[in-house]
Design a protein around this ligand. Structure first.
Ligand code: HEM
Length: 214
C-alpha cells in the first residue's frame, strides 16, 4: 500500500517496522501461512487474539467516547469475528480455563487523540496484513476459509481500502504536529509489546492442548 511522504502513516509505519518484523517471526505466528502449520497453533492464536481484542476494543471504545474523538470504532469490532471462528467453526469456548490468558492484560494509556491514533494504527493496520494472511491460509492446507474459522483474518473484505483510508484521514487530523506523532508512535509500540506478550503466554501451552468440544 502506498504511503504519502511525511504522513502520520509513514511515520508510524517506520517507527513500528522493527516491532512488526519481530512479531512476524514469533513462534506461534511463524509459518501461519505455510502448508504444515498445525491447526492447534491456529486455535491458540485465535484464543490469544480473542482475549486481547476484547480488552483492547473496550479500551478503544471508552477512550473514543471520553475524548469525543468522532471516530466510530463500534462497526469495526473484531472480537465477535474471533468468537465466531472459535465457537462456531472449532467448538472452542474461549472462556474455558485452558483458553483463557494466564497473564493480566496491561491497559494501554489512551489520554488523548494522538494515543488513540497509535492504538488504532496497530489494530486497524493488522487488518491489512490479515487480508494477505487470509488469502495465503486458504491456499495452504489448513482447511480454513472465510466462512470456516477464517472470519477474523478476512477482516473488512472488499471494504478494506475504504476503512483504512477513513482511519488515515482521522489520524492526519488528530496528529497535526511532531509531538503528537511521537505520542502516537509510543502508544502503537505499547500495543505491539502487548500483542507479543499475549502470544508468548499462549505459545507456552502449545504442547498440552485439550480436545475441543464437538
Ligand atoms: C503472521 C503474522 C503477520 C504477517 C504475515 C503480517 C503481514 C503483513 C502484511 C503483508 C502487511 C502489509 C499489507 C498491505 O500493505 O496491504 C501488514 C501490515 C500491517 N500489519 Fe501485519 N502481519 C502479521 C502480524 C501482525 C500483527 C500480529 C500485528 C499487530 C497486531 C500486525 C500489524 C500490522 C500493521 C499495523 C500493518 C500496517 C502497516 C502499514 O502501515 O502499512 N501484523 N502485515
Amino acid at each position: 500500500m502506498q504511503t504519502q511522504p511525511d504522513s502520520v502513516h509513514q511515520f508510524l509505519r517506520a517507527r513500528t517496522q522493527a516491532a512488526h518484523e519481530s512479531l512476524n517471526k514469533h513462534g506461534l505466528l511463524e509459518g501461519l501461512t505455510q502448508p504444515g502449520y498445525p491447526l492447534r497453533s491456529y486455535w491458540l492464536v485465535l484464543s490469544a487474539y480473542y482475549h486481547l481484542y476484547c480488552a483492547m476494543e473496550a479500551l478503544i471504545e471508552s477512550a473514543s467516547e471520553r475524548l469525543k474523538s468522532g471516530f466510530d470504532y463500534i462497526p469495526r469490532r473484531k472480537h465477535g469475528w474471533l468468537r465466531q471462528d472459535l465457537v462456531d467453526s472449532f467448538h472452542i469456548d474461549p472462556e474455558d480455563a485452558f483458553w483463557r490468558p494466564k497473564r493480566e492484560f496491561l491497559p494501554i494509556r489512551i489520554e488523548d487523540q494522538a494515543e488513540l491514533v497509535g492504538v488504532l494504527y496497530v489494530i486497524e493496520g493488522a487488518t491489512l496484513g490479515g487480508q494477505v494472511i487470509s488469502r495465503q491460509i486458504q491456499a495452504s492446507r489448513l482447511g480454513v476459509t472465510a466462512d470456516h474459522g477464517g472470519r477474523f483474518f478476512h477482516g473488512y473484505g472488499e471494504e478494506e481500502t475504504s476503512r483504512w483510508n477513513e482511519f488515515l484521514t482521522f489520524a492526519e487530523q488528530a496528529c497535526p504536529d511532531a509531538a503528537q506523532r511521537e505520542k502516537a508512535a509510543h502508544a502503537a509500540l505499547a500495543v505491539f509489546t502487548e500483542v507479543e506478550a499475549a502470544l508468548d503466554d499462549y505459545s507456552a501451552r502449545a504442547g498440552s492442548l485439550p480436545r475441543p468440544r464437538t
